[in-house]
Every structure is written in C-alpha cells, then in structure tokens.
Design a protein around this ligand. Sequence first.
Ligand SMILES: *Cc1c(COP(=O)(O)O)cnc(C)c1O
Length: 395
Amino acid sequence: MPGFEIFGEEERRQVQDVLDTGVLFRYGFDAARRGHWKALDFEKELAQRLGVAHCHLCASGTAALNIALATCGIGAGDEVIVPPFTFVATFEAVLAAGAVPVFAEIDETLGLDPELLASALTPRTKAVMVVHMCGAMARIDEIATFCKNKGLMLIEDTCQSVGATFRGKALGTFGHIGCFSFDPVKTITCGEGGAVVTDDDRRYELAHAYADHGHDHIGNDRGAETHPIIGYNYRISELNAAVGLAQLRKLDAILAAQRSNKAALKAAMAKFPQISFRRLPDPEGDSATFLTFMLPDEKSARQTARDLNAGGADGCFYYYDNNWHYLRNWHHLKEMKTVAPLPAHLNPHCPDYGRIALPRSDALIARTIAMQIKLGWRQTDLDKRITTIQNVLSR
Ligand SMILES: *Cc1c(COP(=O)(O)O)cnc(C)c1O
C-alpha cells in the first residue's frame, strides 16, 4: 500500500529541482523557478490520468474535504450523510464546515449502502459524502443515481483509493467533486498533501481560490490579484508536490505490484470455507491496497486477526477495536470534545453521537479484517505469509 516503500532517485531528483531554485512556493517567482512548477505538473498529470477536467493540489486530504464541502456550498446547519467506517477526517471536515454529519449504514462493499440512504434523509440533507475505503469502490453508480434523484451534492472521499476505477471510470470522478490524500501512508505520498478533482469549471475556480485566501490566481503579479471570495491557506509546498510528482509517475507500477501480491494471498485464503471477501462491485477496478475479508462472527474475527499478526502476517487490521476508522471507538465525537464551543446552530441539530445505532455496520465491521498489501514483498515473503494464513485458518 504505502508509496514510501519505494522512494528512490526519482523523488530525490524532483526535490533537488526545487531546492536548486530555492522557490518553495507554488505560485509566482516565475523567473527564479526556472520552469519548475511541481504542483502544477502534478495537477495536470493527475487530472489527465483520472480523466477529469480539473485538479487542485492542496495541503492534505482533510484540506481537500474542507475545500470540497465549501465549494459544494455546504454550510451552517446543512446535513451531510457520511459512513461510520472511514477516517475521523470525514466527520471533522463536516463539523468544521458548520454542518451536521449524519451517519448511515454501510454494506459489504464497506461503503455507504445505497438502499439505506433514504432513511438518513431529512429536509436539511444537502450532500452525501461517500468514502471508498481500503482501495476499492462503494456502489458508486447507485449512490450517484440516488443523489441525482434527490437533488443532493455528491462528494467522493477517495483518499484511500487513488488509481481505483469503477467500470473503467476513475473513483473520485462520479460526484460533484472528489478528494484524495497523499499523506505519509497513502498509496502515493507527498509527505503531506491532498487534491480535489472536478469537471465543473466554476467549482474549480472556487477551489483554488478558497485554498489560497481567495486569490484569483490571474496573471503573474501576485500583488495585483483580487479576492473574489474569503478563503484559507490550504496550500501545498513545491517540496511536497515534487515528492508527489515522482510518486504519481510510479502509480501504475504500484498498482501492478499490489494486484499481483493480493491475488496470490486471496487465492490461498479462498480455500477456507469460513472466509468471505469484501464485495467488489467491479473487481477489475480494485487498487488492491488491502485484502479485506470477513469471518463468521466477532469472536473468530478478533482471534484470527490476533493470530495472523502474531504468526508473522503483520498488517492485519481489526477495525472494530481500532479508534481511527470506526464510529464505535470515536469517543471524542461521542462526547463532543471540541476545543472551542460548537457554532450555536449546530447544537439543536447535531444528534447525540453517543447513541447512534448502526446495527448492520456494527455486525459487519465486527467480522472484518483488512490485510495491508505491501509493495516490497518478494516471493519468499508471500510464501511465508501464505503458510501463516494456512496455519491460522486451519486451526
Ligand atoms: C487519510 C484519509 C483522510 C485524510 O487525509 P489526510 O491527508 O491525512 O488529511 C480522509 N479520509 C480518508 C478515508 C482517509 O483515509
């Protein structure tokens, strides 16, 4: 999964270009930068690869979510339907927008269940934020249809699934705006970084302006730029963009390695009748960062994860007990431990997150284990891992 496994000469060369010019800023300094525009190059190449009109590179995946929500017009008191299996950034971004995260059930894709979205709707629902977890797709076509029929904005959190597709179309390009993360442990990394992508010209103009104090970025005299809107600073530095550019150019090789490693492990595991796999609406489009599988019940899943990790197949995550990715252990949210008081308008609307009942999601995540797929595994590593899997699962 993580691009940091394969840092090499390419990353060093890109960073050296930036250091040689001394221009760490992504805008301006046209003469001094001697033709090096790392953020711009990254944006062009990612947009082209994803088949989308616009990309804006920013400071993090979380910044991308903030930009996405703002440019979709999500604000005070609006409700955004989100899944309970994601990363904490999802609900943080919604709250930061002044909006209310409303949790809905997930299905065996580990993403929002399109058939249960309707039960989370209220007159205040403005958007759905779908999260493509662990390298692969939610039922994005059905979710997009639901949003269209209900007149809702659709935001895709594709932070964990760069390079994944659904029927040949890149994840992140199905909704009004898609978000990516290039943080230190993602498929490709900038060190820290993120991006938003959209086909909508106006939304893109808002996105790059919002991410840089509202600057319009017209012309090359920064002092002469106007501020069509109020924004923030969600900029990325050229150093980070340079690392990301080298990584982006390795994405195909990364996906190929992941897919081949995953296929070998999945074949070994498929022989065991107690194992079922995460549902993949389009297996061809899986980026294969994880092999995600289910045991028959919570007890056996917890024990199996423990045994796999202890037996040498490390990187097996049991999300039901972890406090990053599943609602059950988000105690800070359940107790609303904010640094400063929430905006007053949120208080009457925010549900008591300590009392949210999502029995289907609980039952599913309680049985689920995700095994991280590494790039650097050699055949001997795979063989050892397969032996561990066979030992643990035949107990
Ligand atoms: C990593 C991640 C984020 C946040 O990205 P950062 O770059 O770490 O801010 C958001 N959503 C999901 C699903 C993630 O995995």
